[in-house]
Design a protein around this ligand. Structure first.
Ligand SMILES: [Cu+2]
Length: 87
């Protein structure tokens, strides 16, 4: 019983260490662009989940703590889009 409780606490600790990073992405014109941006963000180490908003030109990235937002932006830029970290 004690062991089960412990692993449950550990699980919660891991998920709460995630951070949500908001990015401004420019240059997206269609769903293919969204796919590109999403794919490049998901390739960044530490990134767990990415939501891209085409109309708003924004992306929300769930990533492990310590994952640098600048690194995410670099990946987006490499894919051919503009990117800045939203404050
Ligand atoms: Cu496109």
């Amino acid at each position: 019983m004690k062991k089960v409780l412990f692993s449950l606490v550990a699980l919660v600790a891991i998920s709460s260490a995630d951070q949500l990073v908001k990015l401004n992405v420019s240059g997206m014109m269609c769903p293919a662009c969204v796919k590109n941006v999403k794919g490049s963000l998901n390739d960044v180490k530490g990134v767990k989940e990415t939501t891209v908003y085409l109309k708003e030109g924004k992306a929300e990235v769930k990533a492990a703590e310590g994952t640098k937002a600048e690194e995410m932006c670099d990946a987006v830029k490499k894919a051919g889009y503009g990117c800045s970290v939203a404050k």
